[in-house]
Design a protein around this ligand. Structure first.
Ligand SMILES: Cc1cc2nc3c(=O)[nH]c(=O)nc-3n(C[C@H](O)[C@H](O)[C@H](O)COP(=O)(O)O)c2cc1C
Ligand code: SF4
Length: 648
C-alpha cells in the first residue's frame, strides 16, 4: 500500500504515460561544455535523477539562439545540428533510467549581459532590466520572426535527439515573458500593445511546434504573476493559459517572478512550502490540460496534498532533487526520514549566477555523480576514529561506513550536530535542524559507533590504534580584543543562540554585521530588543547568498534594527559603547549588552598534537578552515572516498 497514492498515480500527458506526478523542473547547472555541448558530467547528473524515480525530467534551459540568447557559460545550446550527438545521449540516458524527458527551450532576451554574450542584449523594447542594467536593443519584426523560427527549429532538434517533448520557457522575465509583460513590451507593432499582440510570439511558436512536430509533448512554462509593478498579472495569464489550451499545448508549468521581482522565482527560506499552489489551482479552473505546480516543495506530504486536492496534476521539484536525487524513490517507499533535505541556502543558484558549475551544500554528490557514486567496499578490515560530530564529522563517518570502514565517532558534547545546532536557531533556519536530524538518523541506522559526551583523548591511542585518525573538531568564536570587553555584559553569539541568555526589551549592540551578526539580530528582534549592528565594512551580510541576504536585511530593517556600517569599536563601557565612523566621527550607543559576532577560528589543537603520534591523521571542516556547511560536507565525503580509494 503506497503512502502517497495520488503522487504515484500514473498520468497521460500529451500521449506520453508518466509513471508518477513528480517532475524535475529545469535547473541550469552549468555542466555543459563551454561550446554548449552536453557533457558526460551532465548526463550522469540527469541519469541519477531519472534512476531516483522522477516521472518526468525537464532538462534545464537550453539556448535556441546563441550568442544573444545565452544566459551563462556552461549552458546547453540547441541552435545547431552539431549539438545533436550530446542531446541524443542525454535524452537516451534519462529515458533508459526510467523517466520521460523534455527539454526547456530558452532565450534570455534582456536578462543577460553583453559581458556573457559579447553582443548587446535584445528585447521587445529598449528597456533595461533594473537588476542587469544592460540596455537591450529593440528587435525588428524580422528578428522577432527569426527568433520564433529558431524556437521551432530547436524543437525539431529536440525531436531528432529523442526527447519526448519540449518546454517553451515563457517565464521568469526571459524573452517570451518580456513580450507578454506590459511593463517591458512597449512595442507599437503587432507584437506589442494589446494582449493579442503581446501573446503573438508565444502563440506563433506554439503553432509552429505543433505543426512541425505533432508527436512532441508541448509544455509551456508561464509566469502566472510577474510580481513586478505593471508586469503580467493573474487575470491576463489565465487568459493566456486558456489560449494555450485551445492551441493544443499539452501541459502548463506554472511559475512566477522575474529578476526584478527578486525573491519569488527561486525563493529564500522564509517562503512557506507550497505557497504558490493557489496559482496552479486558478489555472486548473480555466484549462482542461494537466497543470504543474511547485516551488519550495520539500516534503512528500505536501506534494501528495496538492495532487489529492486537485490543485495541480503534477508537482515540480527543483532544489529538493539537487539535495537528494532519490527523493521520489524514497517517497514511494514511504522512507521520508531518509530524504536528504534541502536547507534553502541557495548556494546552488548563487553558483549559477556566478557562472560556475552548480553544487549543493548538503549533497556532495550533485554534479560529481561519476566520481562519488561508486559503491565499492574496501577489501580488508580498516578502522577509523572520527573526532567531532558536526557536519564534517557526521558526513565523513557516514561515508566511511558506506565504504566498509569500522568507524568510531567521538563528540565532546551531549548531542551531535556541532554548529548546525546553533545555525538552526534564527528565524527561517529550521531546515538546518532537519538536515542535522537527517544526518543523525542516518548515523543511528549505520554501523558507526557513536560516543557522546566523550572528548577524544590522544592517550587512547595506546590502547586502540585506528588505521586513520580523522579530526573534524570544528571551530570556536574569536575572542574580541576591544577595549572594555568584559564578561559582565559582553556575550558571544553562541550565548544567545544556545539559550544561555534570554534577552528581552534590552538595548543590544552586535559587533560584526556578517551573516552571523545579522541572523542574531533577526532572532533578537523577536523578543522586543532594540538592536544596533556595528560593522567595519560597508555592507551587512556581505558573505551571504543574495536572495537570502535581501530577505534577511528586509526583515531586520522591518524589525527596527539600526546599522552602523564602515564603523569600528573604540571602547565598551558599562552601559554604552563608543564607535567611530570611517571619517572619524565618534558616537556613543546605549548598550545593556554587547554581543560579539566577529567570527570563528579553527579548533585544531588536537590535530597538531595527533599528527606527531599517528601516521594517518587528516583534518577537515571548520577545524581545517572556517568555511560553512557546504565545504564541511564536501570534505567529509571526499576524504572518505580518498581513504577508500587507497584500500581497493
Ligand atoms: C540552480 C538553479 C537553476 C535554475 N535554472 C532554471 C532554468 O534553467 N529554467 C527555469 O525555468 N527555472 C530555473 N530555475 C528555477 C527552478 O526551476 C524552480 O522554479 C525554483 O528553483 C523553485 O523551485 P524549488 O523550490 O523546487 O527549487 C533554477 C533554479 C535553481 C535553483
Ligand atoms: S545548495 Fe542549498 S538551496 Fe541549493 S539544493 Fe542544495 S541545500 Fe538546497
Amino acid at each position: 500500500m503506497l503512502k502517497y497514492p495520488a503522487l504515484f498515480a500514473p498520468i497521460n500527458v500529451g500521449g506520453v504515460m508518466l509513471k508518477n506526478r513528480i517532475v524535475m523542473v529545469p535547473m541550469a547547472v552549468n555542466y555543459a561544455r563551454l561550446n554548449g555541448e552536453v557533457s558526460e558530467r551532465q548526463i550522469a547528473y540527469y541519469e541519477a535523477r531519472a534512476r531516483g524515480g522522477a516521472g518526468l525530467i525537464i532538462v534545464e534551459a537550453a539556448c535556441i539562439d546563441a550568442p544573444a540568447g545565452r544566459e551563462g557559460f556552461g549552458q546547453i545550446l540547441i541552435d545547431h545540428p552539431r549539438y545533436l550527438r550530446g542531446l541524443s545521449q542525454l535524452a537516451d540516458g534519462i529515458k533508459s533510467c526510467g523517466s520521460r524527458a523534455l527539454i526547456q527551450l530558452f532565450h534570455a532576451g534582456r536578462q543577460t549581459h553583453s559581458i556573457i554574450t559579447g553582443v548587446q542584449p535584445v528585447a521587445p523594447s529598449a528597456v533595461a532590466c533594473a537588476t542587469v542594467k544592460d540596455v537591450p536593443r529593440e528587435l525588428s519584426i524580422t528578428e522577432v520572426q527569426d527568433i520564433r523560427d529558431k524556437f521551432i527549429a530547436a524543437a525539431g532538434y529536440a525531436y531528432m535527439a529523442g526527447f519526448d517533448g519540449v518546454e517553451v520557457h515563457a517565464a521568469h522575465g526571459y524573452l517570451i515573458n518580456q513580450f507578454l509583460s506590459p511593463n517591458c513590451n512597449l512595442r507599437q507593432d503587432e507584437y506589442g500593445g494589446s494582449l493579442d499582440n503581446r501573446v503573438r510570439l508565444l502563440m506563433e511558436i506554439v503553432a509552429g511546434i505543433k505543426k512541425g512536430f505533432p508527436k512532441l509533448v508541448l509544455d509551456v512554462r508561464l509566469n502566472i504573476d510577474d510580481f513586478v509593478p505593471g508586469g503580467l498579472e493573474m487575470p491576463e495569464s489565465l487568459e493566456i493559459c486558456r489560449r494555450l489550451d485551445e492551441a493544443g499545448v499539452d501541459l502548463i508549468n506554472c511559475s512566477c517572478g522575474t529578476y526584478e521581482s527578486g525573491l519569488t522565482s527561486i525563493e529564500p527560506a522564509s517562503y512557506t512550502e507550497g505557497w504558490r499552489t493557489y496559482m496552479a489551482a486558478a489555472v486548473k479552473q480555466v484549462v482542461k490540460i494537466p497543470v504543474i505546480s511547485g516551488g519550495m516543495i520539500k516534503k512528500p506530504e505536501m506534494a501528495e496534498e496538492i495532487i489529492k486536492k486537485q490543485q495541480a496534476d503534477l508537482v515540480f521539484l527543483g532544489r529538493a532533487l539537487l539535495a537528494d536525487s532519490n527523493w521520489a524513490i524514497k517517497a514511494e517507499k514511504g522512507y521520508d526520514d531518509e530524504i536528504r533535505p534541502c536547507i534553502i541556502c541557495n548556494n546552488c543558484i548563487e553558483d549559477n549566477f556566478k557562472g560556475i558549475a552548480v553544487s549543493c551544500a548538503v549533497n556532495p554528490v550533485t554534479g560529481r555523480e561519476r566520481e562519488l557514486t561508486k559503491t565499492f567496499k574496501i577489501k580488508n578490515k580498516s578502522t577509523a576514529v572520527v573526532i567531532g560530530g558536526g557536519p564534517a564529522g557526521m558526513q565523513l563517518a557516514l561515508a566511511l561506513d558506506r565504504y566498509g570502514f569500522e568507524v568510531d565517532l567521538f563528540e565532546k558534547e551531549e548531542r551531535l550536530g556541532g554548529l548546525l545546532n546553533l545555525a538552526a536557531v534564527p528565524p527561517h533556519k529550521e531546515k538546518i535542524a532537519l538536515f542535522r536530524d537527517y544526518l543523525i538518523k542516518s548515523l543511528r541506522r549505520s554501523r558507526v559507533s557513536i560516543n557522546l559526551n566523550h572528548p577524544y583523548k590522544l592517550e587512547n591511542l595506546r590502547d586502540q590504534y585506528p588505521d586513520h585518525l580523522l579530526v573534524a573538531s570544528g571551530s570556536k568564536p574569536l575572542t574580541p580584543k576591544f577595549k572594555g570587553w568584559n564578561e559582565k555584559n559582553c556575550l558571544q553569539v553562541e550565548d544567545i543562540l544556545n539559550g544561555r541568555f534570554n534577552l528581552e526589551g534590552q538595548q543590544v549592540v552586535i559587533i560584526g554585521g556578517g551573516s552571523n551578526g545579522c541572523e542574531t539580530a533577526d532572532f533578537l528582534t523577536q523578543s522586543a530588543n532594540h538592536i544596533t549592528i556595528v560593522e567595519k565594512e560597508q555592507f551587512l551580510a556581505a558573505d551571504m547568498e543574495k536572495k537570502n541576504r535581501r530577505d534577511l536585511l528586509n526583515r531586520i530593517q522591518a524589525g527596527g534594527v539600526k546599522r552602523r556600517t564602515s564603523s569600528s569599536v573604540i571602547e565598551i563601557g558599562n552601559d554604552n559603547i563608543t564607535i567611530a565612523s570611517s571619517n572619524g566621527e565618534q558616537e556613543s550607543l546605549p548598550a545593556d549588552y554587547v554581543i560579539s559576532a566577529i567570527g570563528y577560528k579553527s579548533n585544531n589543537e588536537i590535530y597538531l598534537k595527533a599528527r606527531k603520534m599517528h601516521s594517518s591523521v587528516h583534518l577537515i571542516g571548520d577545524a581545517f578552515a572556517v568555511g560553512g556547511i557546504r565545504k564541511a560536507i564536501l570534505q567529509g565525503e571526499t576524504l572518505a572516498a580518498m581513504l577508500a580509494g587507497q584500500k581497493i
